[in-house]
Write a protein that binds this ligand. Structure first.
Ligand SMILES: Cc1cc2nc3c(=O)[nH]c(=O)nc-3n(C[C@H](O)[C@H](O)[C@H](O)COP(=O)(O)OP(=O)(O)OC[C@H]3O[C@@H](n4cnc5c(N)ncnc54)[C@H](O)[C@@H]3O)c2cc1C
Length: 44
């Protein structure tokens, strides 16, 4: 869900519900989202 992973100011959102895969529902998607947020925070 595009809107669920969009940062809101300094607040970044992670978790399976922010995955690129609709209805992801696994720890893989949760971890994928964590990597995405780390890249966002590092400016990559
Ligand atoms: C019974 C079951 C079995 C599963 N088996 C597997 C499996 O074998 N393999 C697999 O890959 N996945 C499995 N999953 C899915 C996996 O558990 C999830 O995909 C993963 O935990 C999602 O991680 P997350 O960090 O996005 O969310 P969560 O692990 O749900 O973490 C969210 C956290 O936020 C906290 N929270 C919620 N609201 C608030 C609030 N307002 N303020 C503060 N804290 C809040 C919650 O208490 C929770 O600790 C299973 C799920 C279930 C229910």
């Amino acid at each position: 869900m595009e809107h669920a992973r969009r940062p809101e100011g300094r607040i970044h959102f992670a978790g399976e519900h922010t995955s690129h895969e609709p209805n992801g529902g696994s720890m893989n998607y949760a971890l994928e989202s964590a990597v995405r947020v780390l890249l966002e925070l590092s400016g990559s």
